[in-house]
Design a protein around this ligand. Structure first.
Ligand code: ZN
Length: 430
């Protein structure tokens, strides 16, 4: 546990820097860093870090051998060469302490109809102690917290006694390839912290995610003789209903799961985008549906993919047109495993102590029914990976917002964690 005098120093530094932290958060929320459009923000962050003495490595997914890793996910619709990753490193004077990766994603999901937002989604409006905007909560507040935790140490006259890599990545919302790219670039540490907005809880487990695109054909005819043709939208609906029933089966099988047995229907299926048809008075000749389905950490990705394909196969057999015109299934994004942070790691103990000291209550745990990047560190690179961060609301929804007081406290608990995990050295006042 950090000693109270040290915590006090850090608290004063966090408080003194908090206006700058909120301004920084506003700056990064104002970038609409949607998938494929993250580069301007990543360039801005790279310059910001370089200006504060970080050694900055800026590279794209095309600069690393993604295909060399079995967990790289397919990327359709976006160019890997445009997907910029940023790693800012502060090396310890003598690498005596434990090293750390602080990682946050800066990609955001589409904001939807702007008129459904109370405040414009990229205006970063501050009101009554909350900052509003797409990505404010998921997870630019966490990015601000990890960066300003490092700033607080520096302002307090301290330097981590182990190497720290501060990373901002893309693709968290679609493949996870950004996180994987940093590992394939060679960055390793004794622990990783990803400050996703967990409301001050530690993520004990997260589910995996698969993306697939269904393509269905139809026979277009004038609606006056609809029986002579087929309707691709209705065929797609038929398949969606079959997948819903399949998900109910998967959730039934999940009832005895060690980590998710207590969670109601932890496996979520979502048809998320639909396109199709050309004319209101023609039966549609085509329909495409982008879907997402979850899986538990104990399930194999290949097994769940095969289950989806079997479900579609069975559903089409019962449909006259689809029986002769098989729908196409493309796996076009996430092929993500779930992950369990096994209890008892030293990294979690240190974080829990820092949290308790700042918040005055033990750190609670949660089980997430969505994916995050910790799986790469924890499952494939044997690095304890902690998912813990600030509090807010409205992830992937309207009026997304982050609570500023929670951000301040989380910045302090992360600063205390860094100090305790890496150890600190006094830096002679400049
Ligand atoms: Zn997130």
């Amino acid at each position: 546990m950090p000693d109270p005098a040290l915590l006090d120093r850090l608290r004063r530094a966090v408080d003194a820097g908090f206006d700058a932290e909120v301004a920084f958060l506003g700056d990064i929320v104002r970038f609409p860093s949607l998938r494929g459009q993250e580069a301007p923000l990543q360039d801005w962050i790279a310059r910001w870090m370089a200006g504060r003495g970080y050694q900055v490595d800026r590279f794209t997914l095309a600069d690393v051998p993604m295909a060399s890793h079995p967990k790289a996910a397919p990327m359709v619709d976006v160019d890997p060469a445009g997907s910029v990753q940023v790693v800012g490193t502060r090396r310890a004077r003598n690498a005596g302490g434990r090293s750390l990766i602080l990682q946050g994603h800066i990609d955001v999901v589409p904001e939807g109809p702007a008129e459904m937002w109370t405040h414009p989604p990229y205006a970063a409006v501050v009101r009554d102690g909350w900052l509003y905007g797409r990505g404010a909560h998921d997870m630019k507040a966490g990015v601000a917290a990890m960066i300003f935790a490092m700033e607080a140490l520096k302002a307090a006259g301290l330097a981590p006694a182990g190497d720290v890599h501060v990373q901002t990545v893309t693709e968290e919302e679609s493949t996870g390839n950004g996180a994987l790219a940093t590992l394939l670039r060679g960055y390793r540490a004794d622990a990783a912290l990803i400050p996703e907005p967990t409301g001050g809880t530690i993520t004990r487990a997260h589910t995996g995610t698969l993306w697939f695109r269904l393509r269905v054909r139809g026979v277009p005819v004038h609606v006056m003789m609809a029986e002579a043709g087929t309707n691709a939208i209705l065929s797609a609906m038929h398949l969606i209903q079959a997948l819903q029933a399949h998900t109910v089966e998967l959730n039934r099988a999940a009832e005895g799961d060690r980590w998710y047995g207590e969670v109601k229907s932890p496996i979520k299926f979502n048809p998320g985008i639909i396109r199709g048809g050309d004319w209101a008075s023609s039966t549609p000749a085509w329909c495409e549906v982008d879907c997402r389905i979850g899986l538990l950490p104990t399930m194999e990705v290949a097994e769940v993919m095969a289950g989806v394909e079997r479900c579609i196969e069975a559903a089409r057999a019962g449909d006259n047109f689809l029986a002769n015109n098989p729908p196409e299934v493309t796996w076009h994004g996430f092929q993500a495993d779930g992950y369990v942070l096994e209890p008892g790691s030293e990294a979690e103990r240190v974080l829990g102590a820092a949290h308790e000291q700042v918040f005055g209550a033990p750190m609670e745990e949660r089980r997430s029914t969505a994916v995050n990047d910790t799986r790469y560190y924890g499952r494939y690179f044997a690095t304890p990976a902690l998912c813990y961060g600030p509090r807010g609301e409205g992830a992937h929804a309207f009026d997304e917002r982050t609570n500023l007081e929670a951000l301040r406290q989380t910045t302090l608990s992360i600063a205390a964690f860094i100090a305790d995990w890496c150890g600190v050295e006094e830096v002679s006042a400049a």
